[in-house]
Design a protein around this ligand. Sequence first.
Ligand code: PAF
Length: 326
Amino acid sequence: MTFTFRGLAAAGALIATGLPASAQTEVKIGYALAPDSHYGVAAKTFEEVLLAETGDQFTFTHFPSSGLGGEREVIEGLQLGTIEVTIVSSGTLANFVPDTGVFDIPFLFRDLDHARAVLDGPIGQDILAKFDNVGLHGLAWGEQGFRHITNNRNPIHTPADAEGLKIRTMENPVHLAAFNAMGAAPTPMAWPEVISSLQQGVIDGQENPLSVIVSVKLNEVQEYLTLSGHVYSPAMLLVSKPFWEGLDDSQKAAFETAAKAGVQAMRGYVDTVETTGVETLKERGMKVNELSVEEKAKFQEAIASAYEGYYETYDKGLVNAIVDFE
Ligand code: PAF
């Protein structure tokens, strides 16, 4: 049906203009992970819904697996208007809209439902709207899940086990402060360098949600997985502001509809991997331990000093409003 309709639409354009219907706009979409990851699934759904809504107006070119560079470079490409769309983690977003970093505070969210409600509610939507001030347009919040620690040195049960651990963090001051307070030796690093740095022993470990650990097959370069769930990892579907401003109202509405469907697919993927991921990684040979409530409390105590810094940057009232959000 779709094919026939689109074929007719193209033929109509040919008759009307006498030219091939070539006025399609290319949408280059870049993301750090593979086509079968939560980002890939979201990008594909986004494309399908957008094309269904708009007919032949757009064509998509996907650049998965950091094909356009690290997340910071891709966001800069959006600002310049050389890349149209991306799906990114909150890793570098605070470098563009500092308020975003509030969501990177460890142990802030109780569970996925809590995080989703905050991001889709007024607090999350206010912060999303701020991207319009920096050459970007935030379409919707997605997510990766809760982040966990992997490493090649030893199992981690207490902060002492993480003492001096050379752990890669995202280029994110909130995460960096937490790992410093814990006594680890964090190294901020762009994602495209992580796998080779793990292989070469430049770093002992990294931290990411199950969605990433499973889809990237981090088990091939990491022995231990500690289910620390130390921080929630939001993601965002972002559009270039120069590109956004060139769209008409109906196209903008179609992008919004497609983005909602895309992040819904991303959350669906995360729901699945949160329940099946640990088993998959054990089958692939990873040694897995989950922090008990008491062990988690020790990590919270260990990073208490980082919170003083967070409250200098982020309003304590806002942090409390997030924690208490129902
Ligand atoms: O660790 C990161 O940098 C991010 O979680 C990743 C893997 C690039 C996905 O956005």
